[in-house]
Design a protein around this ligand. Structure first.
Ligand code: ADP
Length: 309
């Protein structure tokens, strides 16, 4: 499999007096697989015509060394990609922080001097949504360090999932676009479970904010149910969808498919870290230009029988 080897064979067969040094892949009959070898030799017995009669040399199996080199190359490429993603993340971050911060500083300066009550309401709303955005961003970054250290904490508290859903959705309602309604389905008036309500709420918030970001028209629906001894959250949208070839990327840290969209690329990787941490599952179905459905399942015991609406 190597030109070097051909010239070495030539050298050996024709007795050409030259030094041999080559590396080649060869088939090993012993372990029935391709292995790498290095061959180094020097003429040892040369006749009067200058032809080599004997060579002395060493043949070494360098398979492990070559395989280690290949692994190192792959690791280096991965590290370079991760480094590039981190740099993009830092660049995105400064934009992501500055945008809501500018809105908070700008509108709170205008607020005291504004006479018009409608405008006052509008400024207050903008300050509120921008502070929410900033807070979420800071929480995501703090969570990221926990993910990197492999410690995502999950509380074990008794709470009513029905109330948690109502509260989470009402905090999201203010982000809803008027022509893309957020339709919700809360199947239970009471659903008492033991899990971490903030983490479950965080997953709903991430799914819904993504759906809002990537759905220019149509509608978004959010629901949950107690299924197979756990809470299953589902958020569907009629948005831009995710091209098939990019679908395997989206749970990776810092991964953003659209550089111009708002976001840090952390939300879904945090959701995945949460579900992984508690033995749950996460997934999605998406069709490019048609929409997506994101779901997560968190195993948790039910403390009382559910009560339907
Ligand atoms: P981001 O902060 O960029 O939204 P996420 O980790 O939440 O980061 O999502 C990663 C990427 O997955 C997004 O940048 C987007 O390209 C894609 N994505 C997530 N949710 C949706 C959705 N509902 N519709 C279309 N694309 C989505």
């Amino acid at each position: 499999e190597n030109n070097n080897l051909d010239s070495v064979e030539n050298t050996l067969r024709n007795g050409i007096a030259s030094y041999i040094d080559c590396e080649a892949k060869f088939w090993s009959n012993i372990d029935q697989k391709g292995r790498y070898g290095s061959l180094t030799g020097t003429p040892f017995d040369i006749d009067k015509n200058g032809h080599t009669r004997k060579f002395v040399g060493v043949r070494r199996d360098i398979t492990e060394m070559i395989e280690t080199q290949e692994t190192l190359k792959k690791e280096m490429k991965r590290a370079q990609q991760a480094d590039k993603l981190k740099s993009t993340f830092v660049a995105n971050m400064s934009h992501e922080i500055r945008t809501p911060l500018n809105a908070i500083v700008g509108f709170s300066n205008l607020l005291p001097n504004e006479e018009d009550s409608e405008l006052k309401k509008e400024y207050t709303k903008l300050i509120n949504t921008s502070s929410d955005m900033l807070l979420r961003l800071i929480n995501d970054i703090l969570d990221l360090s926990k993910i990197e250290a492999g410690i995502i904490e999950m509380a074990t508290e008794k709470f009513d999932m029905s109330q948690c859903f109502i509260r989470t959705i009402s905090s999201l309602k203010k982000m809803e676009h008027k022509d893309v309604p957020l339709i919700t389905d809360n199947p239970y008036s009471k659903c008492v479970v033991v899990s971490d309500k903030n983490r479950i709420s965080q997953i709903i918030v991430n799914f819904v904010t993504n759906a809002i970001k990537y759905t220019p028209y149509g509608h978004i629906s959010a629901s949950y149910a107690y299924e197979e001894e756990g809470i299953k959250i589902m958020v569907s949208d009629t948005g831009i969808g995710i091209p098939t070839e990019k679908q395997q990327l989206i749970f990776q840290r810092f991964e953003k498919l659209d550089d111009f969209a708002q976001g840090t690329g952390l939300g879904l990787s945090i959701c995945k870290a949460i579900t992984d941490n508690c033995g749950g599952k996460i997934g999605f179905r998406s069709e490019y230009k048609k929409g997506s459905t994101f779901w997560a399942w968190i195993p948790c015991p039910l403390k009382e029988p559910v009560e339907l609406f």
